[in-house]
Ligand binder design. Structure first.
Ligand code: SAM
Ligand code: SF4
Length: 438
């Protein structure tokens, strides 16, 4: 049928993984990808609902697509992902151009849904949360230019942190069978992928029972046995579930990158309790100590929020204090925003927007100093880079060291997909400059 589709992906790595799933499902059914929305027959917007900002971005994209739909009424426009799940009905009313809405759990029905719209021209709302996510689609050649790939090992979350919409839009925890995960890894490696990142909202809670009893550590061990896998990563780990088994993996699995993303969210125990995070700042400190004991130069990165309801200047100071004490390699920092239906949205004592902005600026200034200091410590060191391709500025090769920092250096195209030893010559806030050892 030779139809073309365009996907606009917002949000986290999970959404990037879901968009690859959607693309491969459509390609397998004869569609082809199209970069330019105006030339597409199907436009999909894969949305994020975690904060207010991506929601605004999704709405403005749909606003821009309205002209295209007016010129071409045959065009199919669908909103998928977390915002679709959260506000599907409202979005259908607000944007008449939308032909369908599809939540994260229903993505397995993408082809059938698009096809039905072409045939019957009726609007469809697919937001069932209790269905099992569809198995991976494996489309030969799809990842041919990539060195690094994702595998989702779980969907949903059971934690219900008081500010978070994820459990409401991605449903309860659902784990994928080890056999399916290992099959997907085999496929990615055959396609030329050399680094795999395991994805989930809380990967460390992974469990499965077949003839064996699996946990996250056994999954890492099984994956590390693949010969042509150079590096293994995972994200995200919840501090309350960081097991000794996982700490041991950092010691025993060479391919496991010396990096952990371990969101802490706030430095004050009072706020952590209101957030329902299930740990204290002291427990968080203890985990970082154990991690560094297990692997001396492990990179620790994190997520933090400012302006949670009731956050005082003293609470905020405790967050800054935690930053200084732990010295994260890098940090994702956000202003808290109300998410309808979460307990925090109903809390009184909201922090004013200008205070949130001011706190975020102070926090980011401090973190930039720490990041730069940590990057400077790498100057003169010999480190292993997994080469991903040529850098955006052109000319140089680009890749990542185990701690996930980007390194640019001169080299030849044959190095792409390989591990190359590099000496770090200069360091900046967001990247490092290296020299390959010939
Ligand atoms: N599962 C991960 C965890 O437990 O840390 C995080 C997943 S969430 C998609 C990514 C980040 O978004 C969170 O770590 C948090 O910092 C931020 N976030 C979640 N809800 C938020 C909200 N209502 N306002 C601002 N940031 C939020
Ligand atoms: Fe959201 Fe908390 Fe689950 Fe992370 S652990 S996805 S922050 S509810």
């Amino acid at each position: 049928m030779n139809k073309r589709f365009h996907i606009n992906t917002m949000g986290c790595q999970m959404n990037a993984y879901d968009s690859d799933f959607l693309a491969q499902s459509l390609i397998k059914n004869g569609f082809s990808p199209e970069k330019e929305p105006s030339r597409a027959d199907v436009i999909l917007i894969n949305t994020c609902a975690v904060r207010a900002k991506p929601e605004q971005k999704a709405c403005s994209f749909l606003g821009r697509m309205a002209d295209l739909k007016e010129k071409n009424p045959e065009l199919v426009v669908g909103m998928v992902g977390c915002l679709a799940q959260m506000k599907g009905k409202e979005m259908m009313k607000r944007f008449p151009l939308l032909d369908f809405i599809m939540g994260p759990r229903e993505l397995g029905r993408i082809f059938e849904t698009v096809q039905r719209i072409f045939d019957e021209r009726q609007r469809i709302l697919a937001t069932e949360l209790s269905v099992e996510p569809a198995p991976a689609v494996k489309c030969a050649g799809y990842f041919q230019d990539q060195t690094s790939g994702f595998i989702s090992i779980m969907e949903g979350c059971n934690n219900f942190c008081s500010y978070c919409i994820v459990p409401h839009v991605r449903g309860r925890e659902y784990f994928r069978a080890p056999k399916d995960i290992l099959d997907e890894a085999r496929h990615l490696l055959k396609e030329g992928i050399r680094e795999i990142t395991l994805l989930g909202q809380n990967v460390n809670s992974y469990v499965w029972k077949d003839q064996n009893k699996w946990n996250f550590a056994s999954l890492l061990n099984a994956l590390s046995a693949f010969d042509n896998l150079h590096r293994l990563r995972f994200t995200t780990s919840h501090p309350k579930d960081l097991s000794d088994d996982l700490l041991e993996c950092f010691v025993s699995i060479d391919k496991l990158a010396a990096h952990i993303h371990l969101p802490f969210q706030a430095g004050s125990n009072r706020i952590l309790k209101l957030m329902r995070r299930g740990y204290t700042r002291e427990e968080y400190f203890e985990l970082t100590r154990k991690l560094r004991n297990a692997k001396e130069d492990i990179a620790i990165t994190s997520d933090v929020m400012v302006g949670f309801p009731g956050e005082t200047e003293e609470d905020f100071q405790l967050t800054l204090d935690l930053l200084q004490a732990v010295e994260f390699d890098s940090l994702f920092s956000f202003k808290y925003s109300d998410r309808e239906g979460t307990p925090a949205a109903g809390m009184s004592d909201k922090v004013r927007e200008e205070i949130k902005i001011e706190r975020l600026q102070r926090l980011q200034k401090l973190q930039n100093r720490i990041t730069l200091k940590k990057n400077r410590e790498l100057e003169g060191r010999q480190l292993t880079v997994l080469v991903e391709g040529t850098s955006k500025k052109g000319g140089q090769l680009t890749g990542r060291i185990a701690s996930n920092k980007v390194v640019n250096f001169d080299g030849d195209a044959q190095m792409v997909g390989k591990l190359v030893e590099v000496v770090i010559k200069e360091s900046y806030l967001n990247s490092l400059k290296g020299e390959a050892i010939r």
